[in-house]
Write a protein of this length. Structure first.
Length: 382
């Protein structure tokens, strides 16, 4: 009997092996390779090939976005070896620039700058404009990194063939603009963009540099956020050519209208602008697009007035002079820190200052004197 049971069990096991259960997991099909090593190698090969300054200029003038992006990266580089090539590109593009409308947009964090710019940019491209958005993201003072997430926020505008969005890190630059934003404007204009929008990192006491590179300065505000009193203070309000209260939708419409009246009264406290332009106030909703055309009408009126009385062109001349001096200051700073003897002495001097062995002012004078002596005696430098 026991032997018969063993035989029966053996036959059942054999039957299972020859006819496996439908519940058994079958061997799957290996997924295809999602990347091609050949394609990766080709891309890496061409990335290593640096186009000449002439090739970059030809691409920019032909409206090639890739050439424009590579040129901006070259201009933003802090590598001294890239400086002469970047200057060559900028100088070649300069005669083809200056024909755009430059609009600076600023506002406190959370005011909806990116959402407004996307709605405004789409409105302009629908009008046949070519729009370049230079979005400046704040850099961390600790890690020195920057998110550069503006393309993600402007998911509709980034797909528009008549729009170009270039995020840049502010770096150590005060004023809410990147160090090379002014040169980037020149390259974008040469590439055929007739409307340049510069988005800054947010309103602050030192955020005024953007005013020195744009034709029209737009200040975005929101109602009910407790910033009306801050807005009445001098500084950023004096520079604004228009104040637009964003998020004027839903239950916030009445609050936005009230804030508009408050800011309109505050503008009368400030001295008249040299251009003769009287700053305007308006409300809009970047979500519903309500009020967006009104903002463009205000800008068009500003443009007509300032070009008629020549203040538009005078302001640009003053801006060119300002940025010449700023470039000199920036280059002197770069040259100072790249000087070999300064690099060798900087860390020990910083430690001496920390240990109160020398005052910060005496230490600075010591380093500056060393730099001047090194410049006067080039044989002492590397």
């Amino acid at each position: 009997m026991f032997s018969l049971l063993l035989l029966f069990k053996s036959s059942i096991l054999q039957n299972k092996k020859s006819h496996p259960s439908a519940l058994n997991e079958k061997a799957g099909i290996a997924p295809p390779e999602t990347t091609s090593l050949t394609s990766i190698g080709t891309i890496q090969h061409f990335r290593k090939i640096q186009p000449s300054a002439t090739a970059l200029v030809e691409g920019i003038l032909a409206g090639n976005i890739t050439a424009l992006s590579r040129a901006i990266t070259l201009v933003e580089s802090t590598n001294n070896n890239h400086l002469s090539k970047a200057n060559e590109v900028i100088n070649a593009c300069l005669p083809h620039s200056g024909k755009s409308m430059r609009i600076g947009i600023t506002g406190v964090p959370g005011v909806g700058k990116s959402t407004f710019i996307e709605a405004f940019g789409k409105f302009l491209t629908n009008q046949g404009k070519k729009v370049a958005v230079l979005a400046v993201d704040p850099s961390s003072t600790i890690s020195h990194g920057s998110i550069l997430g503006d393309k993600t926020r402007m998911e509709e505008l980034v797909k528009d063939k008549n729009a170009y969005i270039r995020p840049s890190a502010s770096g150590e630059t005060l004023g809410g603009v990147a160090r090379k934003t002014r040169e980037t404007i020149t390259l974008c204009e040469a590439c055929g963009f007739d409307t340049i929008i510069i988005e800054t990192v947010g309103v602050g006491q030192s955020e005024t540099a953007v005013h020195s590179m744009v034709d029209f300065f737009l200040l975005l505000k929101i109602a009910g956020a407790g910033d009306e009193l801050q807005g009445i203070k001098r500084g950023i309000m004096e520079m604004a050519d228009a104040i637009v209260i964003n998020k004027a939708d839903g239950d916030n419409i009445k609050k936005a209208q009230f804030a508009k009246m408050e800011f309109n009264r505050a503008l009368h406290l400030f001295p008249a602008k040299k251009s003769g332009w009287i700053p305007k106030t308006s409300t809009c909703s970047a979500i519903t697009q309500e009020g967006i055309p009104v903002v463009w009408e205000i800008i068009q009126k500003f443009l007509a007035l300032t070009k008629e009385n020549q203040s538009f062109f005078e302001k640009r001349k003053e801006q060119n002079q300002y940025w010449m001096l700023e470039t000199i200051n920036e280059q002197l700073k770069i040259n100072f820190y790249n000087q070999h003897e300064i690099q060798n002495l900087l860390e020990p001097t910083k430690k001496a200052v920390q240990n109160n062995e020398i005052s910060p002012f005496a230490a600075a004078q010591k380093l500056l004197k060393l730099y001047q002596n090194s410049k006067n005696n080039p044989q002492n430098t590397d």
